[in-house]
Ligand binder design. Structure first.
Ligand code: GLU
Length: 297
């Protein structure tokens, strides 16, 4: 297990687990969730479970059930949520659409976001190799970005419907976004270079992960976000959203990623290292700690 920074000492600590039911949880999730649970426990705080099921195409009820079983098997408990006969149900993002819409309207009315008509294909063509910052999120080339100094009428004339097109957050070019990570230490990303104008709402009517995550972490009064290091750059994006929405960001603790035998980061297709597979092989939760130490860095 990696070195852990001292947890926040206040019992006002609120942490969360935020799995997406789009595949089986694997060793990497187990590590992150065990760290999150330990930090909440050590701080005598509250842990919240949030089912991140906004991706309607990929979310499956069988993965949702497997996630609950796996968390239970790992001995992870959460202390809040709708009561379903003596148990806490997770909060589900698919039921929180109204909150995301309020945030969307606020960003729209304050000019932080703009509609984007670019197709996936256009974006793929525009993402020539040198600009590619990470595999699934090339820097947006700015095709639909409004020019600076738009007249007031520009805001009034923006489509009011969130589902007419994609909507992007206009990042402050060249601004350095800095934050202190409680595991990795000081972090800095440059807006417009490390990441570009990112999606906040998709034309199919669904908010992006970035927006939903910020709205939920703020609404659930999360004081420390524990998640995988693959989301470090997303934290910089989310800090911009907190600022635009006038919300106080939480503390951050990113966990090192667990890799497979060839050093590749684990994905949900790594069924061999799925918690369920290990469980079915008769492994005990304690044995996972050793495997994580061996597979991790
Ligand atoms: N739902 C995201 C995932 O499963 C995690 C998001 C987060 O922790 O902020 O990768």
């Amino acid at each position: 297990m990696e070195r852990m920074a001292p947890p926040l000492s206040s019992s006002l600590y609120r942490g969360r687990l935020a799995p997406s039911p789009t595949g089986l949880l694997h060793l990497g999730h187990a590590r992150t969730f065990l760290v999150a649970a330990a930090r909440a426990r050590d701080a005598r705080g509250t842990l919240v479970l949030r089912n991140e099921d906004l991706d309607r195409e990929r979310s499956r009820s069988e993965f949702y059930r497997a996630m609950l079983e796996d968390l239970h098997w790992l001995g992870i408990n959460w202390q809040e949520g709708p009561d379903i006969g003596g148990q806490y149900a997770p909060y589900s993002q698919s039921e929180r659409g109204a909150s995301y819409l309020v945030a969307f309207q606020r960003l729209r009315n304050t000019g932080f976001i703009y509609p984007c008509k670019c197709s996936r294909k256009e974006l793929a063509l525009a993402a020539s190799a040198p600009h590619e910052n990470d595999e699934d999120d090339p820097i947006y080339p700015g095709t639909c970005r409004p020019q600076p100094g738009q007249p007031e009428s520009y805001l009034r004339n923006l489509p009011s419907s969130h589902s007419a097109s994609n909507w992007r957050f206009r990042v402050p070019d060249d601004e350095t976004i800095e934050f202190e990570d409680r595991h990795f230490g000081p972090q800095r990303f440059i807006a417009g270079r490390d990441f570009g104008d990112f999606l906040v709402w998709r034309r199919d009517g669904v908010p992006s992960y970035q927006l939903a995550c910020v709205v939920d972490d703020a609404a659930m009064r999360i004081t420390e976000v524990v998640r995988g290091a693959d989301l470090l750059k997303s934290t910089a994006r989310q800090i911009l959203l907190y600022r635009a929405l006038g919300l106080e960001p939480p503390q951050w603790y990113h966990c090192p990623l667990v890799t497979d035998a060839s050093g590749q980061r684990l994905a949900k297709r790594h069924d061999a290292l799925a918690i369920r597979t290990l469980r079915e092989q008769g492994k005990q939760p304690e044995e996972l700690q050793e495997m994580m130490a061996a597979a991790g860095n």
